[in-house]
Ligand binder design. Structure first.
Ligand code: ATP
Length: 362
């Protein structure tokens, strides 16, 4: 691991911001640190950069403990949400300033500046001042300034959140390209799960100061370890269920019995569990096609809302259990008020125990 956080904990006075967070970023890897506002992402960035001394735990770079080292000795570059370019310096001077701060000799600086302005496609703007650039161009200058000194780790703290959506998507691809071309180990902080999934080799999902799950985007999306990860990474329908048999594990979901292929001795009959299923994994059929021996479980309900999202419809169905689910559908949806059956496959169900953090089988 190039960067390691070992049981990092930080409190501001009595307020806990980060609680026993451990994860690593491998050499050349791009890891997204993802979580809602206030979950402790910036505090982690500050602790890694050396601007905050953690209350407990260690920060390691290339295996060496740097928890007590000053920021300038760590070989870490940070790009923040807000611009930190010097307005009185040109683009080239801003990039060169970062190199000077890292001790790159003056006779090499001009070449390195040109190389990195080329990388971010800003060669022609080298003599412009920040005020003469667009928001996207200013972000690219900051990226060039951050990667030109070839840091061991690049920290990007919500670098795109101040930009509009289309620019954000274009710059996201730019960041992916620059990271691939330079191979710089990168921790990318964001609250935007789509941005994180589009960019990262691996995700670290934070919930209220703690690491709630880590993994490659697709496995984490498909097998979330906690209900929080299930609903923060994309959308998830939560259905309450009751265990009616232990072996094979059998549940009642929306009034229908679901027999699962595994057995669990540690959930007792009669205990409450919650089932999560993605809107795109639910199907809709008319009640007349409901067959008791179909492999999928079919739960009857009534359509209460149809939202036309352009590329898809979001169909809200109220089940007989009074719970509502959203079903994604690309074909013509049924009308509001229609009776339907919602079909789901065992493989698409993620089941959590009553403790809410214990994933049961499946
Ligand atoms: P955001 O995306 O909104 O910046 P975040 O995930 O980066 O959020 P942090 O900024 O690390 O989260 O904040 C974590 C918690 O610590 C929050 O409850 C916040 O109010 C608190 N906090 C952060 N900085 C300070 C500070 N300097 N003094 C006191 N409390 C702080």
């Amino acid at each position: 691991m190039m960067l390691e956080l070992d049981s990092l904990t930080h409190r501001y006075g009595t307020e806990s911001a980060v609680d026993d967070a451990s994860f690593g970023v491998g050499e050349g890897e791009l890891v997204a640190l993802l979580g809602p506002s206030g979950c402790g992402k910036t505090t982690i960035v500050q602790a890694v950069a050396g601007h905050v001394r953690p209350t407990a735990g260690r920060v390691k770079l290339r295996g060496a403990d740097v928890t007590d080292s000053p920021p300038e000795s760590r070989g870490i570059s940070v790009v923040f949400q807000q611009s930190t370019l010097y307005p009185h310096m040109t683009v080239a001077e801003n990039v060169a300033y970062g190199l000077k701060a890292r001790g790159v000799e003056s006779n090499r600086r001009a070449d390195v500046v040109s190389e990195y302005l080329e990388l971010v496609d800003l060669r022609e703007q080298r003599d412009a001042y920040p005020s003469e650039l667009s928001g996207g161009q200013r972000r690219r200058v900051e990226l060039a300034r951050a990667v030109a000194p070839e840091p061991d780790v690049l920290l990007l703290d919500e670098p795109l959140s101040a930009l509009d959506r289309s620019l954000r998507e274009r710059l996201r691809d730019e960041i992916a390209r620059i990271q691939r071309e330079t191979g710089v180990t990168t921790l990318f902080v964001t609250h935007d799960q789509e941005e994180a999934m589009a960019l990262a080799d691996r995700l670290v999902v934070m919930d209220d100061g703690s690491v709630a799950g880590t993994g490659e985007p697709r496995p984490l999306y498909e097998s979330p370890p906690t209900p929080f990860v299930a609903s923060f990474l994309g959308r998830s329908n939560e259905l309450s269920a009751t265990v009616t048999r232990q072996a094979p594990l059998t549940l009642t979901v929306g009034g229908q019995e679901v027999v699962l292929s595994d057995s669990r001795a540690d959930v007792s009959t009669g205990s409450a569990v919650s089932c999560h299923v993605r809107p795109e994994n639910l199907t809709l059929g008319s009640v007349s096609t409901l067959s008791s021996d179909a492999p999928a479980v079919s739960v009857p309900g009534t359509v209460t809302r149809v939202a036309d999202m352009g590329r898809r419809y979001d169909v809200t169905v109220r089940l007989e259990s009074e719970e509502a689910v959203i079903v994604e559908r690309t074909e013509m949806p049924p009308a509001t008020g229609e009776s339907v059956s919602v079909g789901l496959l065992e493989a698409d169900l993620t089941i959590f125990g009553a403790g809410r953090s214990d994933r049961l089988g499946v």
